[in-house]
Every structure is written in C-alpha cells, then in structure tokens.
Design a protein around this ligand. Structure first.
Ligand code: MN
Length: 287
C-alpha cells in the first residue's frame, strides 16, 4: 500500500496516477489530549487501520496525483535519525574533498565510529513543498537516501528481528549546508529534510538491501547507487540506533547517501528515484 498526505493534511491511498482520499479514517485515531504522547499516532495505528482504509478507498473521492500538493507522508515523527557516511564510495569522496569534511575528524570516519546524528523534525517537508535555500552564499548539497519509517516502539532490537519494526519506506533527501558547524545545525534548516513522495508499506519491500536509488538535478545524473552498497544495512542501522534510544512509531531513519553529492541552488529541479517506491520531483527555491 502507498500512503500519502496531501493538500491540507488529507490522507490518500496512491493508486497508479490517482489518490483515493481516505481522510475519514482519522476519525478512528485516539482522541488527542494534552500532553500528547510522543510518536506519530497515524503510523502507530496503521496495522489496525489498514482494512478500514481499503474499504474506504473503494468509495473514496479520487483526484489525480498531479493535482495534489504532496506533504511529508509522516506528519509527526519524534525524531529524524541520520546515518553519516554509510556508503564506502561516499566516505572516499568525503575524505578527498575538504569542502565536505572541513578538517572535522568526525566527518571522515565510517559510521561505526561517527555514530548517528539527529535532524530537527521542523526541517521536514513533502515533495511539493520544495527546498528553500537559506544561505545562498554557502554551498548546499543534495543527498538522496532510502528513508525507513519505524512502525512500532523499538528498543534494543537485534538486527535479525529489526525489519519487523518497519512500517514502510520513502525517498529521503538529506539536504545539507556545508561548513564547519555540527551536522545537527547544518542539516536542520527548514525544508532541508524532504520525505516522500509517499510511504510504501513494508509488505511491498521485503528486502530493502537490493534497491537502486538515484537523483538527477536539472536532468543531469548526480548520484546513482544500490542500497546493497551500504556499510550498515537497514537491520543493522535499527539495531545500532535502538541501542542508544527507543525508536518510536513514525520515527524516520535516513540510511545515508552514496557518492556523488553535489551543490544545488534556487531554480534547480531535483528528481529522485528509488526502486519499488517511485519518483519524487522537488523544486529548489530562493524563498
Ligand atoms: Mn545524509
């Protein structure tokens, strides 16, 4: 199942070029009372809601995807976890280019040494919202990544069990301002985490380690790789992350970017693609 959020936080099932509007299933979610529980209530409820969504879809209003404004398919993650240098060839390119590592030893180590980082959830947008360049005088790069959305609370999960904790997958763009500051600052700028175009539920991607991923900018191929080239695969990343903190429903794990990162500026058009998920077109804007 492919789930999207669109327009004014409507919920849709993507069916080829159409969206079937199943927003009415939000009525099934627990009534919210302050203080809210951490985590995304919709993602947490997906297993129970699935049947109801399919039934609703059959009689739902339909709109063409081309007419919808696609938002992040996850509205309220408690955290966006990033994996630095998780592809061997990307590590080699970071080591070779001072513009990428800025003499910071933490940036030129493989993932087991450098660990994970967090991006502010306020940086999250969907495909149609675009990326707004915040510091045009400095270099800003695209990073295309497989994004994993956690489906249920995961604490000290072993790699062999980890895929059971996955709700689904999206394309993720970990947009990065280059410079000497901490990753959590440079990568948390508003609109610098793009998730979409929709969530593909985990039953449709039984093996996340065999997916081609790519991104073009203005039609020029920039990054092209396969998730088999990751240093830590999805199960190992979940094991690693959940050994530090509990992953909650809706949490997003950006699994790292392959070689070929490069600059973007206002006016550029990015087109990212991942096998079994689809294509995502994202515009880069000045404001
Ligand atoms: Mn990244």
């Amino acid at each position: 199942m492919r789930l999207c959020q669109f327009d004014n936080y409507r919920l849709g099932i993507v069916d080829k070029d159409l969206i079937r509007d199943v927003t009415e299933v939000f009525e099934e979610l627990p009534r919210l009372r302050y203080p809210l529980l951490p985590g995304d209530a919709l993602v947490a409820a997906l297993p129970e809601l699935r049947e109801k969504m399919v039934a609703t879809a059959n009689r739902a209003p339909v709109i063409p995807i081309s007419k919808a404004r696609l938002l992040s398919p996850v509205a309220n993650p408690s955290k966006v976890v990033g994996a630095p240098v998780n592809y061997k060839k990307h590590l080699a390119e970071v080591v070779a280019d001072p513009n990428l590592h800025h003499q910071n030893p933490a940036h030129i180590q493989a993932i087991r040494q450098s660990g994970l980082f967090l991006k502010a959830t306020s940086s999250l947008v969907g495909a149609s919202q675009g990326v707004v360049i915040r510091h045009p005088d400095r270099r800003t790069d695209h990073e295309v990544e497989l994004a994993v959305v956690i489906g249920q609370s995961a604490n000290f999960v072993a790699a062999k069990d980890a895929l059971r904790f996955v709700a689904g997958y999206c394309i993720g763009l970990d947009i990065s301002l280059r410079g000497p500051e901490d990753r959590s600052l440079r990568k948390s700028i508003d609109t610098y985490t793009v998730l979409g175009p929709w969530l593909v539920t985990a039953d449709e991607i039984t093996d996340p380690s065999v997916l081609d991923l790519s991104i073009t900018v203005n039609g020029e191929m920039r990054q092209k790789a396969n998730t088999r080239d990751m240093i830590l695969g999805v199960p190992e990343l979940i094991e690693f992350a959940s050994s530090f903190y509990t992953l909650l429903p809706g949490d997003v794990l950006l699994t790292g970017t392959p070689e070929g990162v490069g600059p973007i500026c206002a006016g550029d058009v990015m087109q990212a693609r991942i096998d079994r998920i689809g294509d995502m077109i994202v515009l880069v804007r000045a404001k």
